[in-house]
Design a protein around this ligand. Structure first.
Ligand code: ADP
Ligand code: ZN
Length: 614
């Protein structure tokens, strides 16, 4: 129904004259970041926008401010039902009138929200996409005055992506049904393919595209050789992130459980999260992670989309992610507040074997397996690079950059060395076993042969009579495993069957024939731990400000507990740090701090000044 044919409605009249007025008054920020101002103007002017911006880039303001400036209610489509309450709380805290409609509400609650919407009392309404399948919802929106549609997590429309939601496909109806209402689609997923798919499926052909740099300079990227992963993780937490909030990703439910238990036994406040847990336990754990300070969430990748906790200080991966795209999204959950954070991945031979096997055994056609293989190859290339990790990561998303100085390979450059001879020794051992004995083995036995060890299995198979027995003394056990891993990563070896036996590939022949050399990466002694570059949030403050910051944090913790909202809904760490450093004496001074808008100043100003004076 065209807008002019609609019956009489009471539109919520806008309280803000301009976008910068709303930015200062409501959110307490001084300036727009990146493309925010332009994106916001595009939507205020009634145009469509497609926004690709990394996590933490500031996407929310891009639809929240137009919703405040334009007449009517901004409708936000989001798949993240479990987070809607927090989003609404965070908006209410700054005085924005927001509500949501989803399956968690009873009829009375829904009625209340519907009434508020029709009375023009809402600036923003969050909706789960499946609501739009219901005619009653469409009728409701038809009777309301809609200022814009924001399609959050727009990559959920991509059928090839890992977050595909069938309900997103029907969102093209927004355009068909409400052709005059501007739409803004937003995502932190960056590949060209996803970008085009969003445009096509959401019928955003007239939209202006805003593609931000995906660099997250405050995140330090590090990939370490996996030896004793739990112990390595514990060392990372103890030496660099004591008391910090973080996420640890594991591939399986079992390893989530084991790792969480291990961390708890070692004095860390860790919680598990995976799809096998009862949904109430899952919701409770997520809520504690968001509300309490310093919780470590040990999770499968089922956790994290849309989590907008700003002070996640590290994201650790104990297993190799399946794609660079997924990895970048997951690590992007660290450091939304722009403060220094760590992305740490432990990676080893078993990871490569396991993933190659999973791909071979996966359902789906050859094309599907080929795509999985390409994703894995890109991930392996990132792990094995001797160049800057960030250059490689951004390159994957089509962005060129220069060495960052803040990743493990920049901080402790690994050497590359000519591994042709060891590669030939390993490959010829495999070839001989196959040709002379019709046998295949996994990495363990091959390394034992090369090192000339006398184990029970060596005796059992009479492997000491092989001509390659004991010819690999120049490398250690660990180094040989590194060679196997890298040959696998380079496609010069392949895994076969469930026991992980190794076989040569077509490309290996050229190495054996001496027609191709093999460059390998030598792990720097302590690649996993570059020079101490940052400690917990409090430590980087100027002398004297730390105790003030801690007092402010304690005040915030009590306040958030009393209100039952996450601490960051009260104030972000970044804001508390600024206050602790500047120690304002008056409400007027306090009001100039970034993140202190009118509402929060009125609500908390006096209390903050008291904490500062105490
Ligand atoms: P995204 O949704 O893109 O991941 P958010 O919208 O959550 O990012 O914003 C990330 C953080 O940056 C939030 O803490 C937000 O308050 C803050 N922020 C966004 N825009 C600005 C700005 N113009 N000035 C200061 N802080 C901002
Ligand atoms: Zn770098």
């Amino acid at each position: 129904m065209p807008a002019e044919d609609r019956g009489p409605i009471r539109a919520s009249s806008s309280q803000y004259s301009s976008s910068s007025d709303a930015l200062h008054t409501v959110f307490g920020y001084d300036n727009f970041r990146g493309d925010q101002a332009e994106i916001i103007q595009q939507v205020i002017d009634g145009g469509d926008a497609l926004v690709l911006m990394p996590t933490g880039g500031g996407k929310s303001l891009c639809y929240q401010i137009p919703a405040l400036v334009r007449e009517g209610t901004g409708v936000v489509i989001s798949p993240l039902i479990a987070l809607m309450q927090d989003q609404v709380d965070a908006l209410s805290a700054v005085g924005v009138r927001a509500a949501f409609l989803n399956s968690t509400q009873d009829q009375e609650q829904r009625r209340g929200v519907e009434r508020a919407l029709l009375n023009g009392e809402l600036d923003l309404l969050y909706l789960a996409p499946e609501r739009l399948r219901v005619t009653a919802t469409i009728d409701l929106l038809d009777r309301a005055s809609i200022s814009l549609f924001a399609i959050d997590e727009a990559h959920c429309v991509s059928q090839w992506g890992h977050d595909f939601r069938p309900d997103y496909l029907q969102l093209s109806m927004l355009h068909e049904h409400w052709p005059r209402v501007p739409r803004i689609a937003l995502t932190a997923t960056a590949t060209e393919q996803t970008h085009l798919e969003i445009q096509k499926r959401l019928q955003l052909s007239d939209a202006r595209h805003f593609v931000a740099s995906f660099d997250r300079p405050n995140i330090q990227y590090r990939i370490a050789a996996k030896n004793a992963p739990q112990q390595q993780l514990l060392e990372l937490l103890r030496s660099e992130h004591p008391g910090d909030a973080g996420i640890v990703y594991c591939l399986s439910r079992a390893s989530v459980e084991k790792t969480a238990e291990f961390l708890i036994q070692n004095g860390t406040s860790a919680l598990p999260y995976h799809a096998g847990l009862d949904s109430r336990v899952r919701a409770a754990n997520q809520s504690r992670f968001l509300r309490e300070d310093g919780i470590v969430m040990v999770a499968t990748i089922a956790f994290g989309m849309g989590i907008d906790k700003p002070d996640v200080r590290f994201v650790a991966h104990l297993d190799l992610p399946k794609s660079v795209e997924g990895y970048y999204q997951e690590t992007g959950r660290a450091g939304r507040d722009g403060l220094p954070s760590t992305a740490w991945l432990a990676y080893g031979l078993q990871d490569v074997m396991q993933q190659r096997r999973m791909i071979d055994g996966s359902e789906g056609n050859a094309e599907h397996r080929r795509r999985l293989g390409q994703h894995l190859d890109a991930m392996l290339a990132l792990c094995e690079t001797v160049e800057c990790r960030r250059v490689q990561l951004l390159g994957y998303f089509g962005e060129t950059s220069t060495a960052c100085g803040n990743c493990d390979t920049c901080l402790a450059p690994p050497e590359s060395w000519d591994g042709t001879v060891p590669a030939q020794k390993l490959l010829s051992t495999i070839v001989r076993l196959q040709r002379e004995r019709n046998q295949k083995f996994g990495a363990g036995q091959l390394v034992d042969i090369l090192l000339g060890r006398s184990t029970a299995r060596i005796t059992q198979y009479d492997h000491s009579s092989l001509s390659t027995f004991g010819i690999g003394g120049e490398l250690s056990d660990q180094e040989w495993r590194g060679v196997v891993r890298q040959l696998l990563a380079q496609g010069l070896l392949a895994v076969q069957g469930e026991y992980g036996t190794l076989i040569v590939t077509e490309s290996s022949a050229r190495v054996l024939a001496g027609d191709r050399s093999v460059m390998l990466r030598r792990e720097p002694e302590r690649a996993s731990r570059p020079a101490k570059t940052r400690r917990s949030a409090a430590v980087e403050l100027p002398a004297g400000a730390s105790p003030v910051f801690e007092r402010l944090r304690a005040w915030r913790a009590a306040e958030s507990k009393e209100q039952g909202v996450p601490a960051y809904v009260i104030f972000h760490d970044a804001t508390l740090r600024e206050i602790a450093t500047a120690t304002p004496n008056t409400l007027a001074e306090l009001g100039t701090m970034s993140g202190v808008g009118e509402n929060k100043l009125a609500k908390y100003g006096e209390a903050i000044l008291e904490v500062l004076a105490s």
